[in-house]
Design a protein around this ligand. Structure first.
Ligand code: NAD
Length: 293
């Protein structure tokens, strides 16, 4: 089976490498030559354009930065929807707007093509280890067709519902994570200001009703937990700008649907402020250091 992999960045390249390791023929394209060289070194087949990559592929996977890149590639000048062979399964793993995802899928369907949205969680470490979580939206048959392939790149493959549902789940999850990180940081800072040891405070809250994923696995206060970004000067992990991107998607989606996400909006503003102060590349738990005023 020939796979065209478009977008070989921090996530796409290690995902493509896992497919090559599993024995698939992967033809890839990225705008950055160094990424194509890395694909070649691992046994993949770099080509000169997206159009060339999808030529006789049965599966097309896209892992691009944002909605506009995905829209451009499928509907714009390259117009992949008009070029790919009938029967090709399109899998978009980028994190994009659920609306845009549904729009592209509907146009693909008009052309007789199948498309699923399959954004991921697990970061670059998960992409390298092949342990990503996929949140998938689309028709059951298409999801089942993609499953063996997704299992080579991930550990958990969840079918969330119809087209766009994968993106919706991703956006909801990351909005909650962003809010949870802010809330946990505030609780910790209040405790510390009262003279309570943050490690003791964290331990007690973890056994009480404030328990959450951030406290359990990703404490934002330096020194409370080993091997988390807060104890490594907030280097590595999940960047402030990536969290800001996901919060923006959540807020835009809520506005389109006229749903109120007041905390999501506030979280977006706070991460934007933090990013503007030059912290965009730090891990998102660095929001713990957002100045008081
Ligand atoms: P990245 O910027 O490292 O990679 C994107 C790649 O796409 C770049 O190499 C770029 O050159 C390439 N590209 C852009 N336009 C292209 C085109 N027209 N044709 C071919 N290649 C093109 O980003 P990333 O970290 O790999 O993230 C990819 C997606 O995964 C994003 O939507 C992101 O939100 C999501 N995501 C990232 C993480 C993470 O931890 N990095 C975690 C989960 C989800």
């Amino acid at each position: 089976m020939k796979i065209a992999f478009l977008g070989l960045g921090n996530m796409g390249l290690p995902m493509a490498l896992n497919l090559i390791k599993a024995g698939y023929f992967v033809s890839g394209f990225d705008l950055v030559k160094g990424q194509m060289d890395a694909l070649k070194a691992a046994g993949g087949s770099p080509v000169n354009s997206a159009i060339e990559a999808v030529g006789d592929a049965q599966i097309v996977i896209t892992m691009l930065p944002a909605s506009r890149h995905v829209e451009d590639l499928y509907l714009g000048e390259s117009g992949l929807l008009m070029i790919v062979q009938p029967q090709t399964l399109l899998i978009d793993c980028s994190t994009i707007s659920p609306e845009v995802s549904r729009k592209i899928e509907a146009l693909a369907r008009v052309r007789g093509l199948s498309m699923i949205d399959a954004p991921v969680s697990g970061g670059t470490a998960g992409a390298q280890a092949g342990s990503l979580t996929f949140m998938v939206g689309g028709a059951v048959n298409d999801v089942e067709k993609a499953r063996p392939l997704l299992e080579k790149m991930g550990k958990n493959i969840f079918h969330a519902g119809t087209s766009g549902s994968g993106q919706t789940v991703k956006v909801c999850n990351n909005m909650l994570l962003g809010i949870q990180m802010l809330g946990t940081s505030e609780a910790l800072k209040l405790g510390i200001s009262n003279g309570v040891n943050p490690q003791v405070l964290s331990e007690i809250m973890m056994q009480s009703s404030g328990r959450n994923w951030v406290l359990e696995l990703y404490n934002p206060c330096p020194g409370v937990m080993e091997n988390v970004p807060s104890s490594k000067n907030y280097v590595g992990g999940f960047g402030v700008d990536l969290m800001l991107k996901d919060l923006s998607l959540a807020v835009e989606n809520a506005q389109e649907l006229e749903v109120s996400v007041r905390l999501g909006l506030l979280a977006k503003e706070l991460y934007a402020m933090h990013s503007s102060a030059g912290n965009g590349q730090l891990d998102f738990s660095s929001i713990f250091n957002l100045p008081e005023n």
